[in-house]
Design a protein around this ligand. Sequence first.
Ligand code: F6P
Length: 533
Amino acid sequence: MDIDTAERLAGQIESKELTLRDLFASDPKRAEKMTVSAAGWTLDYSKNLVDEPTLKLLLKLAEKADLKAEIERMFTGEHINRTENRAVLHTALRSAKTSGLVVDGQDVYADVHKVLGQMGDFSDLVRSGKWKGATGKRIKYVVNIGIGGSDLGPAMAYQALLPYSKRSIRCFFVSNVDATHLAETLLQVKADQTLFIIASKTFTTQETMTNARTARAWLVERLGEAAVSRHFVAVSTNTAKVAEFGIDPANMFVFWDWVGGRYSLPSAIGLSLMIAIGRANFKRLLSGYEAMDKHFRTAAFRRNLPVLMALLGILYSNGYGADSYAVLPYDQYLARFPAYLQQLDMESNGKSVDRSGEPVDYMTGPIVWGEPGTNGQHAFYQLIHQGTRLIPADFIGFCRSHNPLGDHHDKLMANFFAQTEALAFGKTAEQCRAEGVPEELVPFKTFEGNHPTNTLLADELTPKTFGALIALYEHKVFVQGILWDIFSFDQWGVELGKVLAGKILKELSDPALPLDHDSSTNALIARYRAAKR
Ligand code: F6P
């Protein structure tokens, strides 16, 4: 991060003590000036603790980090994932172009469209009932087995786009190695009408391979070995491992090492989603992503949604010391969106060394959390309103509901608008007194306000607006990684636990093995060994 600019930013924040009340009072056009639209979304960022000089400094940070050039490096396939020596090309997955990008000898767009075609043909077969199970029945259940990016994207998106899905096919998502996840899912499906999609970039992930093997054994027990080819397909970059597992490579949908797991929904990892919503809707989803990609790549930073949201996030993380931000979708279909963003943001920017390997001395990736409104209002909003922490929040809402029952949607959206107003402007002690609040209760009923929010509003949750929303957050995370000078596309931090779990697994199954961990871990393992079945 450019230290000089960051220090000037910190100086400004300390000296000014901005309040949203003053900022709005001093400029009647504030909302108008601080509202930008792209790809079906309107971002109102006026309820942020930012004035023009602060915004200018934030934009300076982007300039100093050479952001424009960094964006080009990503889009054109430079190996910006340096610790893994890979390009980062998830944007190519949603380009309508079918040629014109050759990276490391690969005709990227052509390959992308080839797989999209293969996925489309397969989805058509499954949706139309032409793809039959081993006993001649059509597929009614799709079980995606994957974890992390091979689960969170499709699981979240399936729920988000349920109104567009074929309701006669139900999708399930099994991720946890806890057998309960698979066992409870298998209770809800019938073997001869189930398609298992084994989704794993590497095809080596312990959780996924364990679930996949158990599911395979379950199916073979009911329908015999020959049934596997009608009931198992794979999505992976690793053809050899797929074949070794016993899935015919003809039933495999590939993607490439330049697609990070947490960016892989628009790749073949989205196969379950495509089966659910059909190839035309999947295409609309991709076009929404692409619209935001184009906006991100071409719009001036001052009007660029991902850039603005990234800069504001940096203001709160580094200027105000905020540890987290909340994502509050006012749409039940987006219930899993915060969980999806947790991987996208925290696995990308949970880093503490800069790109030259030196420890950073500033905060990087924040904690992401959230729940759909209005449920959150009756749970944790109290802390956002009156607690001691600064928690910036993104409010995401839609003008039209897929379920226009009575006045539900107006009530939902009344809460949506009311919350950002209350968070920004609060309620003063004087207002309380004017309302007749007894003096001894005034401190408790006073709302300080000044809690920053972004409002993201679209007409309707459609495949297109949904794709654009995901791309918006992807690019926001990218921008922050650049400004923090960290690598956003690796995830070495998850490796150590995996290695240690491998060692401990052996110790759990062989009680004769001596334990040489720390005293806490040794004692816990011994306790488990003594009580396990
Ligand atoms: O948790 C680490 C991770 O590598 C994620 O980045 C990834 O999305 C997930 O595991 C699953 O990996 P795979 O798709 O290779 O099974």
